[in-house]
Design a protein around this ligand. Structure first.
Ligand SMILES: [Zn+2]
Length: 203
């Protein structure tokens, strides 16, 4: 199966006002980490970011914030940005709007943010319309496939580098499923682009 590392223009146009890529004239990359915080991986990500002096955006799952509040505090304390990723990592396509929004609001009591990313990037148009009133809805320009069992660590790194361009928002996961690929790819990805004089920034 061909991986859709970079989402097609047609899909982007469906969600007017959402964020896929930042300024295409600036050599700046936007790292985002979805699904945490979890002790197995978020601690490590924070250490790596600290080592390189980089800030990033963490789209957190409310349930994990409740389980690991200190880790959530560390993300904020170290100057990173947090976004809402629903309380239970919900698939919008499978849920009634009222239940979906309720789950997001439950997460929002903890995240208190203006950023929202739908789990799996899957959201009904009607849900999008409701959310875009209160949130900046963030998708991505590059999907690393770090969580994908069929993607090798090297392929994850190579694809992430190949598809990153000025203003790219890239998705990694502080999710146990991504552990192997993320630990391999993240430091090399950062070093590759620092050498090319790219900057890393928050949304
Ligand atoms: Zn997710």
């Amino acid at each position: 199966m061909k991986l859709l590392v970079r989402p097609p223009q047609l899909l982007r146009a469906l969600y007017k006002g959402s964020l896929w890529r930042m300024d295409k004239n600036e050599p700046t990359i936007y790292l985002t980490f979805d699904d945490g915080p979890i002790p197995e991986l978020t601690e490590w990500v924070l250490d790596v970011l600290k080592e390189y002096g980089i800030k990033a955006t963490f789209f957190c799952v409310g349930d994990n914030i409740v389980k690991y509040p200190k880790l959530f505090e560390r993300i904020k304390f170290e100057g990173h940005q947090v976004g809402n990723h629903t309380f239970n990592h919900m698939k919008g396509w499978e849920l009634k709007n009222s239940l979906y929004i309720e789950n997001i609001e439950k997460c929002q009591e903890l995240t208190k943010t203006n950023l929202f990313r739908p789990p799996y990037g899957r959201i009904k148009k009607s849900q999008y319309k409701l959310l875009v009133k209160n949130y900046k809805v963030v998708f991505w320009d590059v999907l690393s496939y770090d969580y994908d069992k069929l993607t090798s660590s090297k392929k994850c790194l190579d694809n992430s580098i190949k598809y990153t361009r000025n203003g790219s928002i890239i998705v990694f996961h502080d999710n146990i499923k991504a552990q192997k690929n993320l630990k391999f790819a993240l430091p090399q990805y950062i070093e590759h682009f620092l050498k090319l004089n790219y900057k890393f920034a928050m949304l």
